[in-house]
Design a protein around this ligand. Structure first.
Ligand code: KG4
Ligand code: ZN
Length: 350
């Protein structure tokens, strides 16, 4: 089964062709980073307008380079949400146009869930994914921890109470006067620092609290930077390293608690932009006593292959393909937590 994926939820325009949910035939990503860098963050209106011109151009490139005729695809998949609403409207309108012109089913896909399938891309089709697994999506917009019994089961165990982890890297980069996007810049800068030099607040340290929080950490960085400017210490690289250690350490701590409480978890999957952080990968491999799967670097950040990958499983589960009718659905710009939030940890106090 070959699925064409369409992604336009934020500042990357992407198209991909994926076979059977794992084998990437083509993956094209056009990043708008340079456009938004001068503003220090994504400008939604500008992003939406860029998708309008980028999507048709990418489709021409895709048909030219992939050798696959659009007549031979089985379905189209598109990010339904969450994301910037103008950007989602461009992508879904484009996909709905393709659906009508090609007479193919159109599958709406949750972008956050799809990030997890980014980690499975390239794994041979006969290699089993170890379910149930614990899956963490750490991106610029989300810090969500899921329990998954199978490929399309996403039970939300925890999410951030304020900033997302990647967002905190972006904000800390800004405070430290580094570039955008902040994650890779902070990681690079932190290499010159010592993570034990500055005491950072341990956010939500109590084991009973299954949630994440980043805004206090960002405030701590901002106070340390002011002190550094006034007194010449601590060193900015030490602040960056200490921030990074606690930002990532918080994720590792909460995952260890989840594994303690749900011992049937067989593997751990990390996805989203922050999964690209090398210090994070090292930390998890040391602290988690289960196999840990990371996406290859190009599938950590936004791409359309992950959209097509999750769509493959949704397709397989839908016996009546006529149900995949785009006129039935709209975009959703925010994640409806209240619908998905797991009750698993509600009554525990250890
Ligand atoms: O998944 P992604 O590309 O886009 C979405 O937000 O959906 O994630 C982007 C986020 C940004 O906040 C970026 O700063 C962060 O991932 N990021 C990193 C690293 N690379 C990207 N954070 C920490 N370390 C990195 N190496
Ligand atoms: Zn994303």
């Amino acid at each position: 089964v070959i699925i064409l994926g369409v992604e336009s939820s934020c500042d990357e325009t992407a198209l991909a062709l994926v076979k059977d949910g794992r084998e990437v035939l083509t993956s094209l990503v056009l990043s708008q980073i340079q456009t938004h860098a001068k503003f220090g963050g994504v400008v939604p209106e500008v992003a939406a307008r860029e998708h309008i011109t980028a999507l048709p151009a990418l489709l021409i490139e895709l048909t030219r380079t992939s050798g696959v005729s659009l007549k031979n695809i089985d379905a189209i998949a598109v990010t339904q949400g969450p994301g910037l609403v103008g950007c989602l409207l461009v992508g879904t309108s484009f996909a709905k146009g393709l659906q009508v012109s090609l007479s193919k089913p159109l599958i709406p896909v949750n972008h956050v869930h799809a990030h997890i399938h980014g980690a499975f891309l390239g794994i041979p089709s006969d290699e089993e994914i170890l379910f149930p697994c614990l899956a963490l999506v750490v991106s610029g917009g989300h810090t969500n921890l899921y329990y998954m019994e199978h490929a399309t089961h996403f039970e939300l165990l925890a999410h951030t109470m304020d900033d997302a982890c990647g967002e905190s890297f972006d904000k800390v980069a800004k405070i430290l006067g580094l570039g955008y996007p902040g994650g890779p810049e902070v990681e690079k800068f932190a290499k010159a620092g010592y993570a034990g030099a500055v005491t950072m607040p341990r956010m939500l340290e109590r084991r009973s609290v299954m949630a994440f929080s980043y805004s206090g950490l960002k405030t701590a960085v901002s106070l340390q930077v002011k002190e550094s400017q006034a007194k010449g210490s601590p060193k900015p690289a030490d602040i960056a390293a200490s921030f990074q250690e606690e930002a990532l350490g918080q994720l590792a701590r909460k995952m260890a608690v989840a594994i303690d409480r749900i011992p049937d978890i067989k593997s751990v999957v990390i996805a989203g932009g922050v999964a690209a952080n090398q210090r994070f990968q090292d930390l998890l491999c040391k602290s988690i006593d289960r196999p840990v799967v990371f996406p290859s670097l190009k599938f950590c950040s936004d791409n359309a292959a992950m959209i097509a990958a999750l769509a493959f499983h949704q397709w397989q589960e839908t016996t009546d393909k006529t149900q995949l009718n785009a006129s039935q659905w709209d975009v959703f710009s925010r994640y409806p937590f209240e619908i998905y939030k797991s009750k698993r940890f509600e009554s525990s106090h250890n």
